[in-house]
Structures are given as structure tokens and as C-alpha cells.
Ligand binder design. Structure first.
Ligand code: AMP
Length: 136
């Protein structure tokens, strides 16, 4: 089986534009940035999605993402940023190793998430609400 590209980065087997790392997490610049300064934050231990990650590692990921975001804002003068995190191919996840995108944003940067504004019919919301709540 082909080894995960982000595991190879963690092991130093392929180069990355590394920003910061600590015991369980590392961050590096995305090789094909949405905007300059676009970074990724990953756990060093391979897990595919958010669901499999350990709590302490996740906490480290999100705190590192905030730290990296602040530095990117300072370095690029971005007006804001997105934290994006895809789970599964259907969601747009291409690299099957958990990662958080930190994307600097400007109001005129031409990037759009194409957010859709759906709606619920009849009692769809109530039954789904109950189903989800039962599982929490
Ligand atoms: P996703 O679609 O959420 O799986 O995003 C994967 C991201 O990883 C994409 O934005 C790629 O540009 C980025 N990527 C893939 N390979 C590398 C690499 N070797 N170094 C840095 N970023 C990478």
C-alpha cells in the first residue's frame, strides 16, 4: 500500500515548508495554496478523520491552528481566515490524513465556498433533531 504523504512529511522523508511542530502536531504551508499563506495543521499520528482523533491531539491541533492563523494574519495582512477541515472523499478530502486548513482571506480574493442555504420541509427538522440528540 502506498504510504500516506503527510506521514512521509512527519518523518522528514519528503520536504515541507514547515512552520511549527510540537510533540503531537505539525504545521506547514499548503503546496497549492488557495491564497498565499494557506497552511495545514496535522496530527503527527496517522488518523484519517476528525472522528478517530484523540481528544488531547485535537485540542493541540485547534490551538496550533489558532497560533498559526494569528501569525499568518500578521505576515500577510489578511483581513480574516477560514479554518476548513474535510472528512471523507465526498466532502473534498483528498489526503486521507486528518488536517485543518488555515486559509488567509481578503474580501476581494475571489474565493467562494459556494455556501448553500437549504431548508427543512414539514417535520423533517424535528425528527432529525431527535435522532441526532439520541446519539449524543
Ligand atoms: P484536502 O482536499 O482537504 O484533502 O486537502 C489536501 C491539501 O493538501 C490540498 O490543499 C493540497 O494542496 C495539500 N497537499 C498535498 N500534498 C502536499 C504536500 N506535499 N505539501 C503540502 N501540501 C500538500
Amino acid at each position: 500500500m502506498k504510504e500516506c504523504i503527510f506521514c512521509k512529511i512527519v518523518k522528514g522523508e519528503i520536504p515541507s515548508a514547515s512552520l511549527i511542530e510540537n510533540e503531537t502536531v505539525m504545521s506547514f504551508l499548503d503546496i497549492n495554496p488557495v491564497n498565499h499563506g494557506h497552511a495545514l495543521v496535522i496530527p503527527k499520528k496517522h488518523v484519517e478523520t476528525l472522528i478517530e482523533a484523540e481528544q488531547a491531539v485535537l485540542e493541540n491541533c485547534i490551538l496550533t491552528a489558532r497560533q498559526v492563523a494569528e501569525a499568518i494574519l500578521g505576515a500577510t495582512g489578511a483581513e480574516g481566515f477560514n479554518i476548513l477541515q474535510n472528512n471523507g472523499r465526498c466532502s473534498g478530502q483528498v489526503v486521507p490524513h486528518l488536517h485543518f486548513h488555515v486559509i488567509p482571506r481578503w474580501s476581494d480574493d475571489g474565493f467562494s465556498l459556494g455556501w448553500r442555504q437549504g431548508r427543512y420541509e414539514d417535520n423533517e427538522l424535528d425528527s432529525l433533531l431527535e435522532d441526532i440528540k439520541q446519539r449524543l
